[in-house]
Ligand binder design. Structure first.
Ligand SMILES: N[C@@H](CCC(=O)N[C@@H](CS)C(=O)NCC(=O)O)C(=O)O
Length: 210
């Protein structure tokens, strides 16, 4: 299998962490999905990474669906809780974390436009979603242990990746002071090899992307 990825992407990081935690061998292909000529446009009609290409050439895309695919095909160790309530709780964290990441991407690109083309209301709207989403995540996550139940799961993957992405793209957003429970989770997760190996880093975008 090949994973098409980008170094800052929290969505690709979710998949890389799941592959590492399940010890599934794969080839990592890194690109800048926004730039002209990106493979993402050929492999995914939505033109986004991550894309997992299976050995028979089938493409699997959207991080949430890839994680579901991996869980179905490689159930051990499980990353989706088997208890329905815990599974729903983990999925809810994923919905919130992915939504915050979507808003971070939109806010980030807004700040890259030439000043005359920037929209303050649009940027403010995304920042509201970022703050609101992080608050909602913090209200769901316990002070100790894993995000959901008693085992590492999808909940930890999504919460850990959104916090890492916030630090990369919005260092001005202080989530540490109001949410010590998130700090505790982030610190614990940062000790895992799957998180250590996938710390997000920026890429250089072509000037014509925006
Ligand atoms: N919902 C998608 C979001 C993926 C996404 O937004 N990927 C970004 C990189 S972080 C991308 O490839 N964007 C290129 C584009 O939108 O043209 C997922 O979870 O996989």
């Amino acid at each position: 299998m090949k994973l098409l990825s980008a170094t800052p992407s929290p969505y690709a990081r979710k998949v890389r962490i799941a592959l590492a935690e399940k010890d599934i061998p794969f080839e990592l292909v890194t690109e800048v999905p926004w730039n002209d000529g990106a493979q993402a446009a050929k492999l995914n009609p939505l033109e986004k990474i991550p894309v997992l290409t299976l050995d028979d050439g089938t493409t699997v895309y959207d991080s949430a669906y890839i994680l579901e695919y991996l869980e179905a095909k490689y159930p051990d160790p499980p990353l989706f809780p088997t208890d329905p309530e815990l599974r729903l709780a983990a999925r809810k964290l994923e919905v919130l974390a992915d939504g915050v990441c979507d808003a971070i991407v939109l806010a980030f690109f807004e700040t890259r436009r030439p000043e005359a083309h920037r929209s303050t209301p649009w940027h403010d709207r995304q920042m509201r979603k970022i703050h609101g989403g992080v608050r909602a995540i913090a209200e769901l996550v316990p002070a100790e242990g894993f995000c959901v139940g008693t085992q590492f799961s999808l909940g930890d993957i999504t919460v850990g990746t959104v916090l890492g992405y916030l630090d990369l793209r919005c260092p001005e957003v202080d989530w540490r002071t109001p949410y010590p429970n998130l700090v505790a989770i982030a610190d614990r997760l940062s000790e895992r090899p799957s998180f250590k190996e996938t710390v997000p880093t920026p890429q250089v975008l072509d000037a014509n992307v925006i």
